[in-house]
Design a protein around this ligand. Structure first.
Ligand code: TYD
Length: 138
């Protein structure tokens, strides 16, 4: 994860079942995402102008989906940066370990679903940007 790159964080198309009475999208671990799903959480009621994230993970992999509304994800591997806009429930952004991320520009009523490869573990977080950069460059 020291060498992980923003160019390995891809937007993955998810299964979408079309129906006149509404669509369904399915995410299965190891099938639609390259990891087992051990935790799901979601961000909502985000006040205008707020940002979330601002950290990197050592081991955790995540798939991030805009279940409703839209937002942008800033990805940073210490060398390259990339901005991904998410605004469709049937596409998910895969974030691999060792990538700094910030979620910004949430639309009103946006819901961000995060599917994660591991249970919550604070020691997996790098929350200091300088520490993250020092680690990536070491
Ligand atoms: P954090 O990951 O810091 O927020 P962000 O969505 O901006 O990246 O999480 C916010 C708070 O919630 C923090 O106090 C840790 C706590 N938390 C849990 O207890 N369990 C979890 O699974 C997650 C994701 C967060």
């Amino acid at each position: 994860m020291k060498n992980s790159s923003v160019y390995d964080c891809h937007v993955l198309p998810l299964t979408k079942i079309h129906n006149l009475s509404g669509n369904t999208t399915i995410v299965e671990g190891k099938r639609n995402v390259p990891f087992d799903l051990r935790r799901i959480y979601y961000l909502y009621d985000i006040p205008g102008g707020e940002s979330r994230g601002g950290h990197a993970h050592k081991e955790l992999q995540q798939l991030i989906v805009a279940a409703s509304g839209s937002f942008e994800v800033l990805l940073d591997d210490g060398e390259n940066k990339k901005i991904v806009r998410l605004d469709r429930p049937n596409f998910g952004l895969l974030i691999i370990p060792g990538i700094w991320r910030e979620l910004i520009e949430f639309s009103s009523g946006a819901i961000c679903i995060v599917m994660a490869s591991h249970k919550y573990n604070e020691s997996d977080y790098m929350r200091n940007y300088k520490t993250f950069i020092d680690f990536k460059k070491s």
